[in-house]
Design a protein around this ligand. Structure first.
Ligand code: E4P
Length: 214
């Protein structure tokens, strides 16, 4: 399973990238707003740091404008993947952009029919939001399981990109189910590599080492 970092903060992206496990980046308008920086500058920094798909979201709501915005974003760097929302116009834009060879990530997916339509419209990625489903007492990982089953029945090139990942459980379950990508905030990536017994074990090894004659 590929690991993307869900962030627009170049400092944490650089820090995470030192682990050598980051395959790509997803951003969204809220994450970009948090940086207080211009979108193009944020994207330029990310593209210089990560050699993999970088999702950049359109903020227009009409297909015509989304297409123009998507073309502009895509022209910034070959690794840019245009993110379109799962709306009527978003699907129209997805079809048009994908026919031009521009990769599209269809975002804000909350039910299987939305993912299936996005795949049919030519999406390179679909982004089901598991954490936000859990937040409203729905089964986020159940959606991933259903999508893996449905996509397994057909030949779409579309990848399932698990989004709104909030915990190591979301991450591990995504891998067990065979999702293609999980995009995780830096805080979650940090929890993936930790276990209390690792820390206790290391502290004991280092303490015992002190008694070894030097
Ligand atoms: C995905 O591309 C989104 O940026 C993201 O995963 C949303 O996560 P949130 O629900 O934690 O905001």
């Amino acid at each position: 399973m590929k690991i993307f970092i869900d962030s627009a903060d170049i400092k944490e992206i650089r820090e995470a990238n030192q682990l050598g496990v980051i395959d790509g980046v997803t951003t969204n308008p809220s994450l970009v707003a948090k940086t207080g920086r211009k979108f193009e500058e944020v994207l330029a920094d990310i593209c210089a740091e990560i050699d993999g798909p970088i999702s950049a979201e359109v903020v227009s709501t009409e297909a015509k404008e989304m297409i123009a915005e998507g073309r502009r974003l895509s022209a910034l760097h070959p690794n840019i993947v245009v993110k379109c929302p799962m709306t009527f116009d978003g699907l129209k834009a997805t079809r048009a952009l994908s026919e031009e060879g521009i990769r599209v990530n269809v975002t804000l997916i909350f039910q299987p029919s939305q993912a299936l339509l996005a795949a049919k419209a030519g999406a390179a990625y679909v982004s089901p939001f598991v954490g936000r489903l859990d937040d409203v007492s729905e089964d986020g990982m159940g959606l991933i399981s259903t999508l893996v089953e449905i996509f397994g029945n057909y030949d779409y090139d579309t990848e399932i990109l698990v989004a709104s990942v909030r915990s190591p459980t979301h991450f591990v379950e995504s891998a067990r189910m065979g999702a293609d990508v999980a995009t995780c905030p830096f805080s979650v990536i940090q929890t993936l590599l930790r276990h209390p017994l690792t820390d206790i074990g290391l502290a004991k090894f280092l303490a015992d080492w002190k008694s070894v004659p030097k």
